[in-house]
Each structure stands twice: as structure tokens, then as C-alpha cells.
Design a protein around this ligand. Structure first.
Ligand SMILES: [Zn+2]
Length: 488
């Protein structure tokens, strides 16, 4: 039995790298599929706290927070040519939230998609933080050797936050140091109770600010306690447990399937068809991170449950890494291997435009970047789409495409709108494209009928004119009166 197990492991390690445009899946072993021992037990729901025994620390063999910080800094030194590290903030107890960025041009803006992985959202789900260090090191070791590693490093900006909740980890509990579940702390479309950003936890605020800085195309958070790839929506309007797909349901199902089918045995789940699930169909939750990412940050996020056991024996971590390795790599590579990508330009000087991309029939907008006008639109393949590019002050353009298994590159050249409104909007953009306030102002104007403002301004001007005449009239009458009195 043991021999069989190691042979399977060896087979999964030696499997060839992906060809462009296809995703490799792993065949599950009967041994793993039929597992019924304690390590397969699920510890899923939020109220569950592990029974910490005084004589045995669950985290034995896992990296402490200090070990993790050291591993991140050592990685940055060892792989300085393709990475940089930075912190997005601090936890309640002041632990830095370190991020590793992996790219051939780390820290530089390029017309490339960005992806993020976040581990250890729940303090008592530590497998993800270990796997992200495995992933970083594997990419570093295999860049320019393995085609998939090279593809990712050279075409994607990959950001890894191994631990979002270092305090929860050191306390061996789900919530942070204030005992708040961070995956219930985001603004939610179905509730209004948590809309005040100042009341949020520092870890949550750090994520929200991070997404204002970086335009992520897609992401995934790593959890433990089950084995499934979960996609939005996480909640439902009537709070019931039911399938509640978001506008991009097809794309999300496709994205979740990339993970589950590339995984060692996730897709053969007996509980979840194909190893994927809609969040609300499984169990609805509110204030979750994935819905917020999609709604507010333009980022397609999955919630990945990567290990049935929240605290597997640390010796099993390299095995769990191998089970998840192709999934993690394929999900990042999917940003390059699928979907529609391109840039938006103005027809005049050919300058990049930070416009908008929509797809007919899908109520969702993807924003293009400011410096390059680039966009990256995740879509399920094997379908026809009508892609529309728009920009305030320019005429919209739409192009029909057939999206096969590979990616489609689609650039748009937009003509300026010849109208008062168009000129005003173009001037607002021309003035300073780096000013966020000006862009927001232009978008505000764009969404409003500018002509109404002009009529209003004309009426206001006329009223001013009348008022001035009246004042002048009174003044001149008084003056004349004074002169007369002098004469008299
Ligand atoms: Zn979790």
C-alpha cells in the first residue's frame, strides 16, 4: 500500500508541463477517494474551534509567524531577480501582512494581468500559508526551466499573501485577535450592517486598500475543512440556501473547474459535483471576501477549500502541495491561456484610454488600466461573445468574437465624440489622466445628461443678467437723485 502511494506521488510529480491552451488534470487514486479515516473528517463551520490539547500543539511542524516572515525575506533575497516583497498593513497585534510579488518585472506596471492568492484567512486554517511558500519557491526554482513557470513569471504579476490572519494563527483560532471572522467582515450586497469602513478590522481594511492600489483580474483564497472550489455569490437576498449565480456564472464555473480538475482528487468529490460549488447553494454567508472582490474590485475570486483536515500532520504538507500544485499553477496561467485581452486606444494620437469593457448579455464591467489602456476579461470558452469597449467622450465600439479554448487578443481604437459633451469629457481626461478625482468626475458627467447642465447654466446666466440690471438700475437712479439734490 505504501509503495503504491509513493508511486502515485512520483507519477504526479513527473507529469509533463502544460501545453499552451490546455489544462492538465490528475487522476485520483482509489486510496484517497475512499479515505474514511480521521484525516478526512470535515471541520468546516465557523463555530468549530479545534480541541487544543495542552500536551500537543496542532501547529507542531508548521511555520510560526516569525518563521514565515523569515521564509518570505529569505525568498526575496534568493529570488530577487523575479520578485519583491512588501507589506499591505499590520494585524491587530502589529504583525506585518507580507506579500511576495512574482514577475519578471516586479513592482513595475505592465499591460499584464495580476493574480493574487491569499492564505490563512481563518487563523485555524494554516495549510494555505505553507502552500504559498511552496508555490513561490517552485516558481523561483523552475523559471526558465519549466514552460508553465516561465509563462506565469513572464506574463502575469502574481501576488502571494501567505497569511492574512497571523494573530488568529498564533491563537489557533478562526477569527483575528478581536475574534472577528475576516471572511464576514467585508461590505455585503445583501446586508447593510457592515458598510462603515472605519469599523472594519485592520486586516480587512488592508485588503480593501490593496485592491484600490492594484487592479487584480482574478484571485483565490485558501481555506481548510473541505475539498471544493467555491464561487460567487456567497449569499442570497432572502438568506436561504439556494443556487445564486452572479452575472459571470459561466466564467466562474469554468474557473472553479480549472482548479478542481487540475487537482489530485477534488473533481471526484462525492459531495460536490465536479468538485465545485456555488457559495449560496452550499451555505450562504454574508460579508465574505469573494463577492466583494467581484462587485467592488473587478476581481474574479474563488474560495478554495484545499484540505479536509484543517490541521493535517505537518509531515503531510509536501503531499498536499503536490495535490494542489497543478491547480494553483493552472489557475494563474488561465489568465493568459483563456479569456479576452487587449488595449483601448484613441484614434487621434493613439494614446491608451482607461475605458470600459462589457460583454453583451452579462451585466458586468471590466476597467482598462490607466497607463496602457489594457484590459483582461475572464470568460468561459466555446462561446460567441459581443465585446463592447466604451469611454467617456468617445464613441463605443463592439466586436463579435468566437472564444475557443485559447485566448483572444482584441484591441479597440475609439473615435472621439463630436459634441460639446464629448469635448468636455475628452478635455477632462486630457488634463491629467493620472488624477483619480478627474476620472471619477468625468465618469459622473458621462452618466449624467450634460445638456441638462448647459440649459441650467444658461438659465442661471440669464437670471444673473436680470439681477445685475436691476441692481444697476437702482444704483443709477440713486446717483441721479443725489446729483439732482446737489443741483437743488
Ligand atoms: Zn476558512
Amino acid at each position: 500500500m505504501t509503495l503504491l502511494f509513493f508511486l502515485l506521488l512520483l507519477a504526479s510529480t513527473l507529469s509533463p508541463s502544460l501545453a499552451r491552451g490546455s489544462f492538465q488534470s490528475l487522476v485520483p487514486s482509489e486510496e484517497f477517494k475512499n479515505c474514511s479515516n480521521a484525516s478526512c473528517a470535515r471541520h468546516l463551520l465557523e463555530d468549530h474551534e479545534p480541541q487544543v490539547q495542552a500536551s500537543f500543539d496542532l501547529a507542531q511542524g508548521y511555520m510560526t509567524n516569525d518563521d514565515l516572515e523569515r521564509a518570505i525575506k529569505e525568498f526575496a533575497q534568493r529570488c530577487s531577480n523575479i520578485s519583491r516583497i512588501y507589506s499591505i498593513g499590520k494585524s491587530v497585534n502589529g504583525v506585518p501582512l507580507w506579500v511576495i510579488e512574482i514577475s519578471d518585472k516586479p513592482g513595475q506596471e505592465e499591460s499584464e494581468a495580476a493574480f493574487k492568492y491569499i492564505g490563512n484567512v481563518h487563523g485555524d486554517e494554516p495549510v494555505g500559508r505553507e502552500l504559498l511558500i511552496f508555490l513561490a519557491n517552485w516558481l523561483c526554482d523552475n523559471h526558465l526551466k519549466d514552460p508553465l513557470a516561465t509563462l506565469i513569471v513572464e506574463n502575469v504579476h502574481l501576488h502571494l499573501l501567505p497569511s492574512m490572519n497571523p494573530d488568529g494563527f498564533s491563537l489557533r483560532k478562526r477569527g483575528n485577535a478581536n475574534n472577528i471572522d475576516l471572511n464576514r467582515d467585508f461590505p455585503d450586497q445583501f446586508t447593510s450592517i457592515n458598510d462603515n469602513e472605519d469599523l472594519r478590522q485592520p486586516e480587512t481594511r488592508a485588503i480593501m486598500n490593496w485592491l484600490r492600489d492594484i487592479r487584480f483580474t482574478a484571485s483565490a483564497t485558501l481555506h481548510g475543512g473541505a475539498l471544493v472550489a467555491n464561487y460567487p455569490w456567497d449569499g442570497s437576498d432572502d438568506k436561504s440556501t439556494k443556487y445564486n449565480g452572479c452575472p459571470d456564472d459561466d466564467a466562474f464555473q469554468f474557473m472553479a473547474s480549472i482548479y478542481s480538475h487540475s487537482h489530485y482528487n477534488m473533481s471526484s468529490s462525492k459531495e460536490f459535483l465536479g468538485g465545485i460549488t456555488n457559495g449560496a447553494a452550499w451555505y450562504p454567508l454574508y460579508g465574505g471576501m469573494q463577492d466583494w472582490n467581484y462587485i467592488h474590485a473587478g476581481c474574479f475570486e474563488l474560495t478554495l477549500e484545499i484540505s479536509d483536515n484543517k490541521w493535517p500532520n505537518a509531515a503531510e504538507l509536501p503531499i498536499i502541495w503536490r495535490y494542489n500544485k497543478m491547480s494553483m499553477l493552472n489557475l494563474v496561467a488561465s489568465l493568459v491561456k483563456t479569456g479576452v485581452h487587449g488595449r483601448i486606444y484613441s484614434s487621434g494620437e493613439g494614446r491608451p484610454l482607461p475605458g470600459f469593457i462589457t460583454v453583451s448579455g452579462i451585466n458586468y464591467t471590466v476597467k482598462a488600466g490607466k497607463p496602457f489602456g489594457d484590459y483582461h476579461r475572464f470568460l468561459a470558452p466555446r462561446d460567441r461573445y459581443q465585446v463592447v469597449a466604451s469611454m467617456p467622450g468617445f464613441k463605443s465600439k463592439n466586436i463579435s468574437i468566437w472564444l475557443d479554448d485559447g485566448p483572444v487578443t482584441l484591441d479597440f481604437v475609439l473615435d472621439p465624440e463630436i459634441s460639446v459633451k464629448g469635448s468636455v469629457l475628452q478635455n477632462v481626461y486630457d488634463c491629467n489622466c493620472n488624477s483619480k478625482n478627474k476620472l471619477e468626475f468625468a465618469q459622473f458627467l458621462w452618466g449624467t445628461h450634460l445638456e441638462v447642465y448647459f440649459v441650467f447654466i444658461v438659465i442661471l446666466g440669464f437670471l444673473c443678467f436680470l439681477f445685475q440690471r436691476r441692481v444697476k438700475g437702482k444704483f443709477s437712479t440713486r446717483s441721479v437723485g443725489a446729483k439732482r439734490s446737489v443741483v437743488v
